[in-house]
Design a protein around this ligand. Structure first.
Ligand code: PLP
Length: 450
């Protein structure tokens, strides 16, 4: 199967063909026209930002009432714990019950954290390095090498965690149904220093894909040379649907149990993009063995998480149906932004064979591929016109996209009024870069003045 590129593949098979067919004078005329449009934007002192995968203010407002949920002077959890006090290191029972719907795990397989699932991932890797995970023969730091598989393009902060701990990253391609599993299986079966794989299995950051059942089953069942090999299953966008027919993701914990590897997966999520990105609740799930081990570790680190926030969330949502209804309100705000981005890409670049892009059915990002070798230049040109994009390369380990073509578009934060000019500038930069490349291939030394 082909590596993940685009949905509009048929249109984009003959990269660059449309430009190649134009004769020199028509190509130069188009360049002059688009350069003028670009310069016009550049003269406007724009300060537009498509780089941040953050909820917009309107989305945050959807949860404002949650702040009043504890105003009745009743701070007790169902089992009588005063949530204002210390304790409850793994979370209050009703929070575990509520979030069991997101994690698809039993309450005794769940650990509630602070406000950041990324912090839980970081700490788990840190524990692996310092002490080892259940099943480790040695703490990872005592080994000559520790490696993680990084399906890419992926989430840059997973790579930063590896970088920080000196963990070697092995890049594996994404297909449209998940990582290249033959590659993953070969690596994991043959190298005992491979201790983990990062997965964003639903509405993936940035490609938007959801792993197929086959991929989930293969990940759960594949033989691993390392007895302490783990899947870091970052299901950050579990309930972040943008369509009426949500993607379905097979339950990794059950798949691991069925395959005789019950302790293999750690599942992470949070309400950062459900309620407040700075004041949500983080959570994780794994086998009871792993969670019991983790509780013992965590008790050394903290006397308990913020249970008041857990209680607030429970009272605000009540149940999974409450979360699902709330996510529909998010979708009503986010979908028009995604639609605008896609409309501009389609109308400005569609059929030209100079870029391809994903059409995600959920999540937070649209992934765009320029022609190989152009992404860095495009991001730089956009920045010069006042449009900030995620740095080119950020979606690959060490910030190095081997093909220099992937750009992550984060559409949720800016209002529609800012999204539109920002996307037009991006489309202009992509087309200008392609034209300039073609003109210089035809011997024009300074295409801008051609
Ligand atoms: N995981 C993924 C895939 C993300 O895209 C993000 C944020 O963008 C996070 C985790 C961060 O989650 P949290 O806010 O719970 O730390």
């Amino acid at each position: 199967m082909e590596s993940f590129t685009v949905e509009s593949k048929t249109k984009n098979q003959n990269i660059h063909d449309e430009l190649k067919r134009l004769d020199d004078s028509r190509l130069r005329e188009r360049h002059t026209r688009l350069s003028a449009a670009y310069k016009e934007f550049a003269s406007q002192n724009l300060a537009l930002d498509l780089s941040r995968g953050k909820p917009g203010a309107e989305q945050l407002d959807l949860s404002s009432e949650m702040m009043d949920c504890l105003s009745r002077n009743d701070y007790k959890s169902r089992d009588g714990i005063d949530c204002r006090n210390y304790g409850g290191v793994d979370g209050i029972p009703e929070a575990k019950e509520l979030f069991a719907g997101i994690l698809e795990a039993r309450p005794n397989e769940i650990m509630i954290g602070g406000n950041s699932s990324l912090a839980m991932m970081h700490d788990l890797v840190a524990r692996g390095m310092l002490r080892g995970l259940p099943g480790s023969e040695l703490p990872w730091q005592k080994l000559p090498a520790v490696k993680f598989i990084c399906p890419s393009p992926g989430y840059d902060r997973h790579y930063s965690i590896c970088d920080y701990f000196g963990i070697e990253m092995i890049t594996v391609d994404y297909h449209e149904d998940g990582p290249d599993m033959s590659h993953v299986e070969n690596l994991v079966a043959s190298d005992s220093s491979i201790k983990g794989i990062w997965c964003v299995p639903k509405y993936s950051n940035p490609t938007g894909i959801t792993y197929s059942d086959e991929v989930v089953e293969r990940l759960a069942a594949m033989p691993a040379k390392a007895s302490d090999f783990r899947i870091f299953w970052d299901n950050a966008y579990a309930v972040h649907h943008l369509s009426e027919t949500p993607d379905r993701l097979m339950n990794i914990l059950e798949a691991c149990r069925r395959s005789g590897n019950p302790d293999r997966a750690f599942v992470f999520s949070s309400t950062s993009k459900i309620t407040f990105a700075g004041g949500g609740v983080a959570m994780m799930a794994s086998s009871e063995t792993n969670i019991n081990w983790l509780k013992k570790q965590t008790i050394i680190q903290t006397i308990g998480p913020d249970k008041l926030n857990q209680l607030r969330h429970v009272r605000f949502f009540k149940d999974m149906a409450g979360i699902e209804a709330h996510m529909k309100r998010h979708a009503a705000i986010v979908k028009p932004k995604f639609d605008l981005v896609l409309d501009i890409l389609d109308s400005h670049l569609g059929g030209k064979g100079i870029a391809s892009w994903s059409r995600p059915r959920g999540g937070y990002f649209i992934s765009l591929n320029t022609q190989p070798g152009f992404a860095r230049r495009v991001v730089g040109m956009a920045a010069a016109a006042g449009v900030t994009l995620t740095e080119a390369g950020a979606t690959f380990p060490h910030g190095k996209d081997p093909a220099d073509r992937n750009i992550r578009i984060a559409a949720t934060y800016p209002p529609l009024s800012e999204l539109k000019p920002a996307m037009i500038v991006l489309a202009l930069c992509i087309e200008l870069t392609a034209i300039e490349h073609e003109l210089s291939a035809r011997g024009y030394k300074h295409p801008v003045e051609a």
